[in-house]
Design a binder for this molecule. Structure first.
Ligand SMILES: [Zn+2]
Length: 384
């Protein structure tokens, strides 16, 4: 697949970790015409217009962040995806409900079309998304028919439905109705539902049983005493155990209020590792404590999640969760060249949860290069 004039980019000397191909080995990654052209033994790559030196570094599929807020300039919390992608190895961001059906066209034309990374969306069951949050609760803005129709009309961008199952959105007397409506919209459109859990109503015993196989619970390690997914004795709650048994997925959704070291550790000790690692980056979390994918991934590494599993939960698994694993989340030859070059650093690194509790990790992941569609969108100075 490489022309006689050579490749466009070669990522040389790194350790490739690609869970989709069960690969964890030294390989040079050859990129031509925006696609992965070859994975060669070290030193065997053809000449290239640009060589990125990845000696001592990890080369993985471009990271996929399943929970972000990137509808920039719409609502007060959305952030700029382009700068975040370039510095974090993240090539796909899924906006989690910032847009609803009534304002989705703006997301397509003004944000996704101009992004230098891949932006997808989970459509909020509220047709106005989070634009007036938290002043406007769900109330009359919930429209399952309009939501399902909008999902079906935009299969290139919309990968699921999002519902905020917490008091701030549903109001004191509206309990679990929005979750049921979101469930109906998702099933009608044939896509997964992502449920944000938070302060009741609805309680997690009302909302989580509504979820089906392949649906996602985001904020799975949140720490509030009411609504956390561990019981007082530190074991996973019955409603979570039952959900896992029927194939419901756990998404981190770190954010500014949803990652508690104690809850995360208790759940992980019982084998409740996240299916998908995501940041919930927005204006209130991007400058800490969530920061970006490498920082959030480092927190799971610190809890003892094996490196390959952390990479899997940040590449292949989120791709599978949204049904895009035939397109993204792997370095298979012929795929679009979305690549992250990461450094696994050793030292003493403070990592803070959303309750201002800091633990010191002995290793940390940091992004060195981001390649999106074969284009190097980072410029950290490494390589040539
Ligand atoms: Zn969020």
């Amino acid at each position: 697949m490489v022309s006689s004039t050579g490749a466009d980019v070669v990522i040389a000397g790194g350790t490739v970790i690609d869970p989709a191909q069960e690969l964890h080995t030294a390989r040079d990654v050859v990129i031509a015409a925006g696609k992965i052209a070859a994975l060669t033994p070290p030193g065997a790559a053809p000449s290239a217009a640009r060589v990125l030196d990845a000696h001592g570094l990890l080369v993985t599929p471009g990271l996929i962040d399943l929970h972000t807020h990137v509808y920039l300039h719409v609502g007060r919390d959305n952030i700029d995806a382009n700068s975040l992608a370039a510095r974090s190895g993240t090539t796909t961001m899924v906006d989690a409900g910032s847009a609803g059906a009534a304002i989705f066209d703006g997301f397509r034309h003004y944000v996704a079309a101009r992004a230098r990374c891949r932006l997808l969306a989970l459509l909020n069951i509220s047709v106005i998304g989070t634009v007036a949050s938290p002043m406007a609760g769900y109330g009359r803005f919930v429209d399952p028919t309009f939501t399902a129709e909008t999902v079906e009309a935009n299969p290139d961008l919309i990968v699921g439905v999002k519902v905020l199952g917490s008091r701030i959105r549903v109001g004191e007397d509206n309990t679990d109705q929005p979750v049921w409506h979101a469930h109906a919209a998702a099933r009608a459109a044939g896509v997964p539902l992502m449920l944000h859990i938070g302060d009741p109503p609805p309680t997690i015993t009302q909302s989580i049983p509504i979820l089906d196989r392949g649906d996602l619970i985001t904020h799975c390690y949140k720490g509030e005493l009411v609504g956390r997914l561990v019981d007082r004795d530190g074991t996973p709650t019955a409603v979570l155990r039952e959900a896992r048994d029927r194939g419901v997925l756990m998404d981190v959704g770190h954010g500014a209020g949803s990652y508690h070291w104690g809850v995360a550790r208790q759940l992980c000790e019982h084998g409740y590792w996240p299916d998908t690692i995501s940041t919930d980056v927005h204006a209130g979390s991007i400058n800490g404590p969530a920061y970006d994918m490498p920082t959030t991934m480092s927190k799971l590494l610190h809890l003892g999640m094996p490196l390959d599993a952390v990479i899997r939960a940040s590449t292949l698994r989120p791709a599978q969760a949204i049904g895009w694993d035939d397109r993204i989340g792997s370095l298979e030859v012929g795929r679009t060249a979305d690549v992250a070059v990461l450094e696994l650093q050793s030292g003493a690194f403070p990592l803070t949860d959303t309750f201002r509790q800091t633990e010191t990790a002995s290793s940390r992941l940091a992004a060195r290069h981001t390649i999106f569609g074969g284009e190097v969108i980072s410029d950290s100075g490494a390589g040539s």
